[in-house]
Write a protein that binds this ligand. Structure first.
Ligand code: AMP
Length: 392
């Protein structure tokens, strides 16, 4: 896989449309975590340093095709200017002549692309209008690349297009983990439900050497194998599908790792009395809320034999201590192996970033994707429309 990057393009004196993800959390009109905004700085700085004028395109929240004042991108302007150390001109109703009238190194932000239904409909008129505003298109929003919208895909058909620094970094990390990885590869998939991760599991068993199944979804696999799980979260109707995944793994030579021991409790609350039991000994009135130490030891041993780890989802109900112990211990083991140069570790999707952050392991992972749906679709083996269009 090869995609065009900023290094492949001559951007001097050009107006570059840059699709970014600035979906930062806000409280009372103020940004509470600027991480996503900070991450777009390298691309914007590189472009302006090379003499380009930058026009930022982004959605913010889910305004459902109409203007919603609380979702105006105007609100993030002060944070964006602080992160860039550069003034940003906000244009609500842009025209090419307004943009051309600004100085050569101007950074411009347009209003929320989702304030019109034409964005999510990938309306050709909107794509053409956006394309009329610039000379080149740069996509730096991997997290929005699974959607074929006017500002992520439509416009890319109409202008020479390339990946921004953040997008290129993300694609390189994902390619290293699943496209062309150092083997053996272990994938850890945890979280609540099998039903949301079916395609992902089906794709992974074909591609990885070891698949660790944890969290609530492991319960479904236990039930499928005739093991009782008491009051645990489990999708009993998914048992045949779980068995099918196990059979496919066997055919593909992928080793599946399910919990060897379980941590159970009668209540789903912080500090609830808990006990560690063998996997087949869950009492009828108890819930499995975490994996036990024998499972963690086994996983750590698997990690140690592998060169690449790809991680999505927690091993237990990590938001409620002590049911974060397996997630934390396994994350620390992966972080240690990564720091020692023995493992390439890539993680992402949904709650995974929060789980690895609270484990104190995030900084040591090779790459952590903050993309949710796009990361999962990529793990499912899907071609993301916003990425496909950037291929050389
Ligand atoms: P997901 O969004 O599918 O990655 O699922 C993450 C959620 O799964 C987190 O909120 C966890 O608390 C939850 N979870 C993980 N393991 C369990 C479990 N054994 N029982 C109930 N919830 C769990």
């Amino acid at each position: 896989m090869a995609w065009k990057t900023l290094d492949d393009m001559d951007v001097a004196a050009k107006t570059v449309l840059v699709r970014v993800d600035v979906n930062v959390p806000m409280e009372n009109g103020r940004v509470t975590d600027a991480t996503r905004i900070e991450k777009i700085v390298p691309t914007v700085r590189d472009l302006t340093a090379k003499g380009a004028k930058v026009v930022l395109l982004a959605h913010f929240g889910r305004p459902k095709g109409k203007p919603v004042p609380e979702m105006s991108l105007r609100l993030i302007l002060p944070t964006l200017e602080a992160a860039l150390g550069h003034s940003v001109t906000f244009i609500e109703r842009p025209s090419r002549s307004d943009i051309d009238a600004l100085p050569a190194n101007a950074v411009i932000m347009l209003e929320n692309t989702r304030f019109t239904p034409m964005e999510e409909a990938n309306d050709p008129q909107m794509a053409a209008f956006l394309a009329s505003l610039g000379d080149l298109f740069c996509n730096d929003a991997f997290s929005a690349a699974h959607r074929a919208h006017a500002s992520t895909e439509g416009v890319a058909h109409l202008l020479p297009s390339f990946a921004g620094r953040l997008m290129a970094e993300e694609l390189a990390a994902l390619e290293a983990a699943l496209g062309n990885p150092l083997r053996p590869v272990v994938a850890l998939v945890g979280g609540a439900k099998v039903s949301t991760k079916l395609e992902l599991l089906g794709n992974l068993v074909m591609k990885v050497d070891h698949l660790v199944i944890g969290g609530g979804m492991a319960n479904t696999f236990l039930v499928a194998q005739g093991i009782e799980v008491g009051k645990s979260l489990a999708e009993r109707d998914m048992a045949p599908i779980a068995l099918d995944i196990l059979a496919r793994a066997k055919t593909a030579g992928c080793s599946i790792h399910l919990p060897l021991d379980i941590v159970v409790a009668r209540e789903f609350k912080a500090g609830a009395a808990s006990e560690t039991l063998p996997t087949n000994a869950c009492p009828p009135d108890a819930m499995i809320l975490d994996a036990g130490p024998a499972t963690v030891a086994a996983l750590t041993a698997v990690f140690a034999t592998c060169k690449t780890l790809i991680w999505n989802g927690p091993l237990g109900a990590f938001e409620i201590p002590p049911f974060n112990m397996a997630t934390n211990a396994a994350a620390k083991a992966a972080a240690d192996l990564t720091r020692a140069g023995k493992l390439v570790s890539v993680a992402g999707g949904g709650d995974t970033v929060a789980a690895l952050n609270q484990a104190g392991a995030a900084d040591d992972f090779t790459f952590i994707s903050t993309a949710g749906g796009a990361f999962l679709e990529w793990m499912e083996g899907k071609t993301l429309p916003g990425v496909a269009i950037l291929m050389r």
